[in-house]
Write a protein that binds this ligand. Structure first.
Ligand SMILES: [Fe+2]
Ligand SMILES: [Fe+2]
Length: 132
């Protein structure tokens, strides 16, 4: 894919995010930060307790190794997200300004600094992107 095609997809993705936020706002889905954090914890918890475990079992049954790997990565990372949200909720109003880094391979999300090696997929530090 050329650079301009990549940019076009990114531009469209940014525009779709604007639409999604607008639709969500109209649905009353954007509330206080406390409520948003509680909803995020609940959503992530559902994903790693029920949704991904079932998808992992299905991928195992079907012998789909790629899907199994992808679902296992996501399942592990949703637990991390729930923990990060919980921490933010526990310190609501007093959260320190911190940086976040995301692993390009598995989505592992690190607070503060990128690790030397991803704890979920073992990718090296260079595979992490800083979130602005
Ligand atoms: Fe998540
Ligand atoms: Fe990773």
């Amino acid at each position: 894919m050329s650079k301009s095609e990549t940019k076009l997809f990114r531009a469209a993705a940014a525009a779709e995010t604007v639409h999604a936020h607008s639709h969500l706002k109209q649905l009353g889905g954007i509330k206080t930060t406390k409520e948003n954090l509680e909803a995020a914890i609940s959503g992530e918890t559902h994903e790693f307790k029920e949704m991904y475990p079932q998808m992992i079992r299905d991928a195992e049954e079907e012998g789909h190794k790629g899907a199994l790997r992808s679902f296992n990565f996501a399942n592990d990372v949703e637990k991390i997200h729930a923990g990060l949200y919980q921490k933010a909720l526990d310190n609501l109003g007093n959260n320190a300004d911190t940086d976040y880094y995301v692993c390009d391979i598995c989505g592992y999300t690190a607070e503060g600094e990128a690790p030397e090696q991803c704890p979920v997929c073992k990718a090296k530090k260079q595979m992490f992107q800083k979130i602005d």
